[in-house]
Design a protein around this ligand. Structure first.
Ligand SMILES: [Zn+2]
Ligand SMILES: [Zn+2]
Length: 164
């Protein structure tokens, strides 16, 4: 009699858990969680595949990795993936090339303060260093050491045009 009472009392808290485990609410919740797991997994596989393709690595290979290792595959990919998109890096290279060409064509470094100055500047705006002198005739900027203006052919000391 006393043993039965003991068992009944002891079983009481477990009955709630048992009922909960058998309840349709839990079953539906678990099914929903499984569904959510699969949906996110498929989305991650798709994302890994397209992102890898855009970054110039094998999209198919990383897609397979993401399928075989749900979640973990994408995590591994995130760690080892190339740092930028292929188009972005190409664009940046192009931008750099344009910038370099511009620098080569239009600008120089001031020999005194090493700041960028434009090719036709007479004086460095930063340190006032004399970069060029204006031609006595056509006023175009020419190198300090040049005897004759390369644009109009005027000798800088005599002011006379060189005759060819
Ligand atoms: Zn300067
Ligand atoms: Zn000149």
């Amino acid at each position: 009699m006393s043993t039965l009472l003991f068992v009944q009392q002891d079983a009481d808290p477990f009955r709630i858990i048992t009922e909960f485990l058998q309840s349709p609410v839990l079953r539906i919740t678990v099914q929903l969680l499984v569904l959510l797991f699969i949906v996110v997994w498929v989305a991650l596989v798709y994302w890994t595949y397209t992102d890898a393709g855009r970054r110039g690595t094998s999209g198919i290979l990383w897609g397979i990795v993401a399928v075989i290792l749900p979640y973990l595959g994408t995590l591994i990919y995130l760690i080892v993936r190339p740092p930028e998109y292929l188009e972005e890096s190409r664009e940046r290279e192009l931008e750099l090339a344009v910038l370099e060409r511009e620098l080569r064509n239009n600008t120089l470094l001031c020999p005194n303060c090493r700041n960028l100055v434009e090719k036709d500047f007479l004086i460095c705006p930063v340190c006032n260093w004399e970069l060029k002198k204006p031609c006595v005739n056509c006023k175009r900027p020419i190198n300090m050491e040049w005897e004759t203006c390369p644009y109009c052919g005027t000798n800088q000391r005599s002011g006379k045009r060189i005759s060819w």
